[in-house]
Write a new protein. Sequence first.
Lengths: 320, 263
Amino acid sequence: MGIHVEGVTKRFGSFTALNEVSLDVQQGSLTALLGPSGSGKSTLLRVIAGLERPDAGRVTISGEDATGVAPRKRGVGFVFQHYAAFKHMTVRGNIAFGLKIRKRPRAEVRARVDELLALVQLQPFADRYPSQLSGGQRQRMALARALAVEPKVLLLDEPFGALDTRVRGELREWLHRLHDEVRVTTVFVTHDQEEAMALADQIAVLHDGRIEQVGSPRDLYDQPQTPFVMSFVGAAAQLGERWVRQHDLDLRLEPTAGALEARVERIARLGFEARVELQLAGSGTVWAQMTCAELNRLELERGDTVWVLADRARVFAESS
Amino acid sequence: MRRLTLRTVALGYLALILLGPLSVVFWRAFEKGFGPAWNAVTTPEAMHAFQLTLVIAAIAVPANTIFGVLCALLIVRHPFPGKGLLNALVDLPLALSPVVVGFALFLLYGRTGWFGSWLSGHGIQVLFALPSMILATAFVSIPFVVREVVPVLREIGTDQEQAAETLGASQWQTFRRVTFPAIRWEVAYGVVLTTARSLGGYGAVSVVSGRLAGQTETATLYVSDRYENFDIVGAYAASVVLALMAIVVLLTMNLLRPKEGVH
Ligand SMILES: Nc1ncnc2c1ncn2[C@@H]1O[C@H](COP(=O)(O)OP(=O)(O)O)[C@@H](O)[C@H]1O
Ligand SMILES: [Mg+2]
């Protein structure tokens, strides 16, 4: 059940956008596809929806092989990055679209649209056109439109990408509550690790068309399997062969066994948290992360010499 | 000051090129009063010419509208080998003199032409008859719908169409409910231009029609026929009818179009 992606490869000309990608999404879960721009997130989502045809591999949705099935018969709801609102239809018309296509009785369409308008809190805007809505409202309309036809899976491409930070946070909370309520299997694309961590039960990290690691937010953070995952999911610093979380760097004012000597280059206070840029005696610079309280206790100044302990560093096996 | 000069130049140019000749047409037509002009355009030959022009437009315009929209969809949405060629061919009627188009049809459908010999063997008369006049008119008015629709199809992109698809719409439903509403004003404008060109076409039709008065004479051919026969009132009165047809077409379009910037 859920979504099952197996060995999917997708090329555009000679460029390989997806390279033998496999992924399992549990029924009813909320999964994030996380990765930098160009890593293939949207392509994978579009392959699941049937909007892109893979060169190899299979997609199974709710136990049925969907690989050769047209998008309109897959039972997926897709929310596009830029909403793809039907500009010449009102909010009501947009939401009703899928139901009208299915030739549902008029009264039923009306009732269902009213229900969805309430769900996405757009009742006062039912008769407006998309151009008369804010970004956040358009996004909720697109979501209601996708949910109207009761899809087996809901796919969202950068759902909050085009919104300002505050609306983003609100909508994120709201999507979380919505998912608790509706419980439809959901996959969303994001390049923002914080968003993925805050929202998803499961995160798949993509890098150059491959899946680097799949796991719960906690797994990815605590047990990253590649340097890429370690540095993309939470900030990491590299000390030669060793990788360490920035907040796991332990600064001492006295020489300490096993510690690296470093000079304080820059101090940035960000409110609760502070960052210290360190020039390592060997070579290279790293950022250390700590609370402002801790920074105050250390009484660091620019130019000070410190000793850096990295007890919780990890070493990754030779990779690509 | 600068703006004023600009306006004067623009309006002056329009008056000189457009309004001047147009007012001369009206003035000459009604020089001897309304009666003679009315009589001139209600002769059986004149009536037949107008009717023929309308029949030709009534067939050529819808045909070119459907073809134009399909062609634009093909050019923008479905990359295929030879697409560049199709794109260039669509503009051919703009570049090619209508008289040349007429002669080309003449060669194809003449009694010894490629298609002509076969068709006349089956008793189908194309040249000097309605079919060739429709073909000639359709040929010269092909580009307008395509050229209007292509840019807007590019601009709206495929997002809305793909959204419709994921919501369960078939290709036809997507076209009818999503694509067409987005391009309808460009289609309408293309139709207006196509209609105007069809009503006013002269060169190609004059070659293939044979110009038989009362039989294969369209309105424009009738105007030139009257003029050549020194029937000045007849020529100008018929011109006025043609001008009025064009004005009606443009007004219809403007009435149909919603106010700018509603949504
Ligand atoms: N239709 C396409 N034609 C050619 N290249 C494409 C197409 N779609 C995506 N790509 C390329 O595939 C790569 C992955 O794209 P995408 O899946 O959109 O990345 P992401 O969503 O992670 O930013 C990019 O390098 C992009 O340029
Ligand atoms: Mg993307």
